[in-house]
Design a protein around this ligand. Sequence first.
Ligand SMILES: *Cc1c(COP(=O)(O)O)cnc(C)c1O
Length: 373
Amino acid sequence: METWQEVLKSNSIKSLEALAAKFGPEHFPDLDRLRQAAENFEFRISPAMVDIIKSPDDPIWRQYVPTVEELDIRDGIVDSLNEDADSPVPNITHRYPDRALFLVSPVCASYCRFCTRRRKVGDPEKIPMSQFESAFQYLEQHTEIRDVIMSGGDPLLLNDRRLEAILTRLRAIPHLQIIRIGSRVPCHLPERITPELTDMLKRFHPLFINTHFNHPDELTAAAVAGLGRLADAGIPLGCQTVLLKGVNDDPDVMKELMQRLLMARVRPYYIYMADQVAGAEHFRTTVQTGIKVMEALRGWTSGLANPHFVIDAPGGGGKIPLLPEYVVSMTDEEVVLRNFRGERYVYRQPREDGVVGIRKGSKRASRSRRKTA
Ligand SMILES: *Cc1c(COP(=O)(O)O)cnc(C)c1O
């Protein structure tokens, strides 16, 4: 067994009893119902995450510790992104014209209570590893797919040999231009980012990794070092953050997270509205909150710290971008805009006949230009 496997196996918290012993039983008053929540969806907190919980109900605790709120289903949907409907063969979701999602691992180092795929993740039988052949064949036959996204569960919880076998098979498909891996391991289990792993991964370029950090405290020294090893292997790093109530639904927290990701050589890629998933409704915030967070980033800090803000549409519509409104009005003649400070600016539209719009007082210049045209 490798070190990271031992660390995960021996030092994770996997039971409410262990949690109560560490943080005090008074934080778990309704143990019976809590047990039900923990049974509905796999429960495990990896050592790196246990270490950064400062107090009960803090932003890290909220992401991983089951709560009875999970039993409160209002308008939550089990498969809120309708991924199973877009699945032509097991483990593949093919929704967009030129790219497909490939679920390669059923397990994660820590289980995020807001998981979109809680219906599948944590249970090895729900992402059947024996059924990879039909997925490979689908990717081989569908020559329009030029971008494959390995996801799960967490692909980096597969051992190196297994990962290498999958990557080798994918790289043998000529039309697959790029391979992406979605993984929260740099945050949850930085020990996993070994030199052996990065040496192996860099043989499969162009390979991209999108990781997932939700709070500045998650960028520990170990996480930053792991991200550095991936970046040194030439792997462009992105981050897919989820907007979560009580975790990062605050402009200052989000700005700090984006800036610290950049310092760890990660370019923020998406901020998602929390999905409307059954069992995770207590994490949801309003779209207005998300837009305020985005307004606090644009202009106020590096453009690099500004990811796309999206809603992954319920029902399987895919990712839809949202922007604060910067266009005040728009006609064929001019667009009135506001900048990040709320000041108004006018952009004059080009004229239909190809003559540049001339401001008042320059009519003569306009006439003479037309004559020569
Ligand atoms: C998010 C997602 C992708 C990738 O989308 P990008 O916008 O290219 O990052 C592909 N397929 C599915 C089903 C997805 O949910």
